[in-house]
Design a protein around this ligand. Structure first.
Ligand SMILES: [Zn+2]
Ligand SMILES: [Zn+2]
Length: 423
């Protein structure tokens, strides 16, 4: 099975500068079984990008997918109106979700109509051209789609929610978001569902101290409870999920380190992260984080890491650096949001890379002015803040300094200089 994370954040989208690496979209996962059958787990804002991806892969409408909701809180349904395939005839999206309960009277059909209704959304369900068969599930159910077996159990969450277990060709994935540990009966049900799974995706919204204090009863777990559950039921890998909106990348990095002390095979869910799950192994890939132009350098370096309590120092070599921004001094005034091209001569150094050593190059960066201020000195010069976005037209190109060619082509025979990714 192949599992891709499109949204990992709980409660509300968090498009925050210091949280972009793990990502700010609310829950949505793409699961493909070995026969290519597509399951979409929850329809948080992450489903918008998944929809764009699916549309770009399709030449004619004919998508067949299963969308399974854990429950109907905003963060798990709010992306559906922006999931493009539902507007095209020929696509089929089978919708699954928990059936109404005493404490959660919402039906799947009622939720669908509420999402496409004034005053919340301008388009009515009559505009949905795709076929959308609904199927409501008992909280504890066991059924098969294609060759994939699906089982569910209740989780401990205000107005109820369900967790899913998917099994195919001996591999198993459990999606258990929006669960607060502490209800003996529901904890036991989840332990049974998760037992021995290859991958457990678990609600880790809070720190243990938050869960024990002001956020008790809000329906979420902690990284510590997730790691203890993973250890207790013998799963192979744990993925911390439904991150608190205010949690920064740096804080999540630290949480992973702490969780690994309890359960070593832990990762934190991250947008773009992909798991290849088979009975034999689980392989992890993450998307590239090259969001800004890169400039080639060739510098000897060292890497130090903690390994079994020892600090280990290894040799390495830096091949390029990324550029996100710069602060310039200039005698000219520039407008905010004005595009500018910055050219910086590269030194003709002898740093070990012969071709570079022979050619003094020039680093060209396309940027945009984000700050312009008069300096306090009476020089008349301005301070100019510039960012270098990671688009293709803004790549960093090292090229011979003189004469400067018009095009941004790298020098012949050189490795590509600065290769920002399309993401
Ligand atoms: Zn949620
Ligand atoms: Zn919820």
């Amino acid at each position: 099975m192949q599992l891709t994370f499109w949204g990992v954040r709980g409660s509300i989208p968090a498009p925050d500068r210091d949280a972009w690496r793990y990502g700010g979209n609310t829950p949505c996962l793409e699961l493909r079984d070995p026969d290519g059958q597509l399951f979409i787990l929850d329809a948080g804002t992450g489903i918008r990008d998944l929809g764009r991806q699916l549309m770009s892969e399709m030449t004619t409408p004919g998508l067949a997918a299963n969308l399974l909701f854990t429950h109907y809180h905003w963060d798990h349904v709010q992306g559906l109106p922006f999931f493009e395939p539902i507007y095209f005839q020929g696509n089929t999206l089978n919708l699954f979700g928990p059936r109404p309960q005493a404490d959660a009277p919402s039906s799947l059909a009622g939720v669908l109509h509420a999402l496409f209704r004034a005053p919340f959304f301008p388009v009515a369900t009559s505009a949905l051209r795709a076929s959308l068969p609904l199927r409501e599930l008992d909280p504890v159910s066991d059924f098969t789609l294609g060759k994939t077996r699906i089982r569910t159990c209740r989780t401990n969450h205000p107005q109820g929610a369900i967790a899913y277990r998917f099994e195919s060709r001996g591999a198993s994935i459990v999606y258990a978001t929006d669960h607060e540990p502490g209800n003996a009966e529901l904890d036991q049900g989840l332990r049974q569902l998760a037992r021995g799974a290859d991958v457990l995706i678990s609600d880790a919204q809070y720190r243990p101290e938050e869960l024990g204090a002001q956020k008790a009863g809000w329906g979420h777990g902690s990284w510590k409870a997730s790691a203890e559950l993973a250890r207790a039921v013998g799963v192979k890998h744990l993925v911390l999920f439904h991150h608190e909106p205010i949690r920064t990348d740096f804080e999540l990095d630290h949480i992973v380190v702490q969780a690994r002390e309890i359960f070593p095979a832990t990762w934190a869910a991250q947008e773009g992260m992909r798991l290849q799950v088979s009975r034999r192994e689980v392989r992890l890939e993450t998307r590239s984080h090259r969001l800004s132009p890169r400039a080639p350098v060739h510098l000897p370096a060292h890497v130090e890491v903690e390994s079994n309590g020892n600090r280990v120092r290894e040799e390495a070599r830096v091949e390029n650096f990324s550029f996100q921004g710069a602060y310039l001094l200039s005698p000219c005034a520039y407008e905010l949001q004005q595009p500018i091209d910055l050219a910086v001569p590269l030194p003709a150094n002898g740093n070990g890379h012969r071709r570079r050593a022979e050619t003094a190059g020039e680093l060209r960066l396309r940027g945009y002015v984000v700050r312009a201020e008069a300096l306090t000195t009476d020089s008349g010069w301005m301070g100019i803040g510039v960012i270098f976005p990671g688009s293709r037209e803004a790549q960093a190109v090292a090229q011979p300094a003189a004469p400067a060619p018009d095009s941004g082509a790298p020098e012949p025979g050189a490795p590509p200089a600065g290769t920002p990714d399309s993401d």
